[in-house]
Structures are given as structure tokens and as C-alpha cells.
Design a protein around this ligand. Structure first.
Ligand code: G3P
Length: 220
């Protein structure tokens, strides 16, 4: 069970990394745009904060371009950076070659179990099904996770990890884990929501108030 952050905001990554349970980070071109920072600089900083896999996405549309960008990112950035590749035929070919070169990949924009299967066949390290974006269409994103996990269960040979992405609320995370997904990547807000409960806050407030009374009585 791996928990990744889906952000390129370095301060947020520092905050969650300090909790001690952060296993990796995923970025994409939209998150890099949101950060307003230089792509390689921000990915390198993230890779220093978190030891786990840090996904950096290629933007070429053709296999040769993806390979060129993927190899350059691996050469220029820390070892824990992995290459995020779109789930297209060109991306499949690039994934196969990068895998043969020992470069880890995350095949992204996966919306069907058949796409996930093809990415696994190409040797992807991770496949990223996008749950929330499927929910947005009126379908059930979690059904896709169930279909992928069921397919995987038939083949011991598949080592590709299922990285559930486009997570919109804490129950998505729990449902993914109940289905046996290997990894979930989520925004900082979801990490915070997973840890937050009003009864924890209320209970702690009561304990602290009573402990202050114990101290005031000289009994601490
Ligand atoms: O890693 C990208 C993925 O998680 C996208 O999420 O919220 O833009 O659908 P979202």
C-alpha cells in the first residue's frame, strides 16, 4: 500500500512528508503550470524531499520524442524520478523501450481495463487509472479499479502496480485500498481529510484541559 501526493507544490510536499508516510509524488503538465515554476527545478526539489518514485511527464506525442525526453529527464534528475507516459500506442512503444533500459514508468490517462492491460504488457512500472474523471462523466470510476484488480489476479506474471489517480474524496482512497490497488495518488487536501475527525479534536481538547488542571494541582 503506497500513498503518493498528486501535486507540484513543494511546500505541501514538505508538510505531508513530515508526517512520515509519504511514499512518492506524481506531477503532470497541469500541476507544473499551477506551480508557476521551472519543470526540472521543481521536480529535482521534490525528489530531494521524498525518497519514493517522483513521476515526471513527457510531453512529446511520438515515440522517439518520448524516449528522448524520458532519457533526458533520467539523466538530468535524481535517480528516484520515473517517467510518466500517456496511454497511447506511441506511449506503449516508449514504455516497452524504457523498461528494457531499466527506466521505471508510470503510464497515465488510463480509462479502461484494456488500456491498463496493454500498459502492463509493455512493462509499465505503474498504470494510472483516473477515477474522478470517470465519475465526472456519470460512470463509476471505482468499477474500473475493480476490473483491473480482477484482471491482475489472474496473472502472477503482472508486476505493474495499479496507481489510482484523480482522487476526489477520502472514500475513494479507502475503496481503492479495499479493492487491493497498490498505490493511490491524491491532492494534499485529501491527505488532510483522511486524518481529520472532529471527535479527535474534541477529545484532545478535553484531555488537554484536564491535564492543565492536573498540572495546576501539582500532580503532573
Ligand atoms: O495525476 C493526475 C490525476 O490525478 C488528475 O487528477 O483531479 O485533475 O482529475 P484530476
Amino acid at each position: 500500500m503506497e500513498f503518493f501526493l498528486d501535486t507540484a507544490d513543494v511546500e505541501e510536499i514538505r508538510e505531508i512528508a513530515a508526517w512520515g508516510i509519504l511514499d512518492g509524488v506524481t506531477t503532470n503538465p497541469s500541476l507544473i503550470k499551477k506551480s508557476g515554476r521551472d519543470f526540472k527545478t521543481v521536480v529535482a526539489e521534490i525528489a530531494e524531499i521524498c525518497d519514493g518514485p517522483i513521476s515526471a511527464e513527457v510531453t512529446a506525442m511520438d515515440t522517439a520524442g518520448m524516449l528522448e525526453q524520458g532519457r533526458a529527464l533520467k539523466a538530468d534528475l535524481p535517480d528516484n524520478v520515473i517517467i510518466k507516459i500517456p496511454c497511447t500506442p506511441e506511449g506503449l512503444a516508449a514504455t516497452k523501450v524504457l523498461n528494457s533500459e531499466g527506466i521505471d514508468t508510470n503510464v497515465t490517462l488510463v480509462f479502461s481495463a484494456s488500456q491498463a492491460l496493454m500498459a502492463a504488457k509493455a512493462g509499465a512500472t505503474y498504470v494510472s487509472p483516473f477515477i474522478g474523471r470517470i465519475d465526472d462523466t456519470g460512470a463509476d470510476g471505482m468499477t474500473l479499479i475493480a476490473e483491473i484488480m480482477e484482471t491482475w489476479s489472474n496473472y502472477d506474471i503482472i508486476t505493474t502496480k495499479v496507481l489510482a489517480a484523480s482522487i476526489r474524496h477520502p472514500t475513494h482512497v479507502l475503496a481503492c485500498m479495499q479493492l487491493g490497488a497498490h498505490t493511490v495518488t491524491m491532492p494534499t487536501k485529501i491527505f488532510r481529510q483522511l486524518m481529520s475527525h472532529p471527535l479527535t479534536d474534541k477529545g484532545l481538547e478535553g484531555f488537554m484541559r484536564d491535564w492543565a488542571a492536573v498540572e495546576a494541582a501539582g500532580n503532573a
